[in-house]
Design a protein around this ligand. Sequence first.
Ligand SMILES: C[S@@+](CC[C@H](N)C(=O)[O-])C[C@H]1O[C@@H](n2cnc3c(N)ncnc32)[C@H](O)[C@@H]1O
Ligand code: SF4
Length: 380
Amino acid sequence: MHCAQYTAGTCRSCQWLDKPYATQLEDKQHDLAELLGDLPVGEWREPVYGAEQAFRNKAKMVVSGSVERPLLGMLHRDGTPVDLCDCPLYPASFSDVFRHLKTFIARAGLTPYHVGRKRGELKHLLLTQSQFSGGLMLRFVLRSETKLAQLRAALPWLMQQVPALQVVSANIQPVHMAILEGETEIALTDQQALEEHFNQVPLFIRPQSFFQTNPQVAAALYATARDWVAERDISSMWDLFCGVGGFGLHCAGPETQLTGIEISAEAIVCAKISAARLGLKNVEFKALDSTGFATGNDAVPELVLVNPPRRGIGNELCHYLDSMAPARVLYSSCNAVSMAKDIRELKNYRIERVQLFDMFPHTAHYEVLTLLIREDAVDL
Ligand SMILES: C[S@@+](CC[C@H](N)C(=O)[O-])C[C@H]1O[C@@H](n2cnc3c(N)ncnc32)[C@H](O)[C@@H]1O
Ligand code: SF4
């Protein structure tokens, strides 16, 4: 893939752009094999990959420059801004949206935040697209509510220029730190969730909930989890770190007892809407800490699916799972280092199958799906 910013040396976020894509996949597979090292693996599946460019559904833009000439992109460590509106990882349609946003910033008088001077209001713009409808969610991350009235007053113009905009909100992030967003979210449109569909499963994207950023590969990941679960007659499962419910909602049939656990209440709202749409009756989604939920529960489902953040599931949950001993554990991870560490703690399990999903082309990162089966299981 060609990137003018990379060639010019102005953005090096894609550290592997010089590597041919086939070599990137080989290197990732090799890295995964090294991390699992001594652990026997029943079956290695071929890596799954998608488009090499325009695969991201989300742009996180740092706003800098002046109110008349804003830049949307990133800041180097020394504070030098780079405009990344032409980044080839985004869908082509984003460039028009960025152009209108620059005009909008000037019209609404949203002064870009200056990190060095600690002045200005508009810090970031977060833009997400649904590949199902083409609809867009836009979030303005502001230092305070000072310019909110101006933003509201100018918004009808933006909605007219960008008719795909469905969900707009303002996030207030008063802290002078490299934190992307704050706790307060103010809805600026009646619609507050963007509808997405993967494999005919309706999923909803809301401002403060995690959503996969590579829809093509994420859809393949969920479909694979669904297929692996369907190999056995699973009547009860937990989906821990469930986000908006993508895994559980793919895997559950009409009779499956599914419990989805996720710390973000916003994401749980989305998961419940999806479950209702699918007509799933034996499903519950709760906004809780996964470890707290698991360790405080006597029930043992037939399968536990985990999809934690980069830090992994951690020792306490590993030890609890190992002793509570569900027949199967399906572990989806965006960090094979923490996953390999966790699996070593699951001493009663063997690795039945592993498959790599390249969610993050041109970087060293990847997603991996691992099926673990309890050692003493005869035919599970
Ligand atoms: C990698 S995301 C996976 C989300 C979801 N499974 C999906 O496919 O989109 C990890 C999720 O874990 C959630 N999370 C983080 N810490 C948590 C905790 N202690 N308990 C439950 N969920 C947590 C995050 O909010 C995030 O939604
Ligand atoms: S993030 Fe975008 S602009 Fe930066 S190197 Fe990657 S493709 Fe190029």
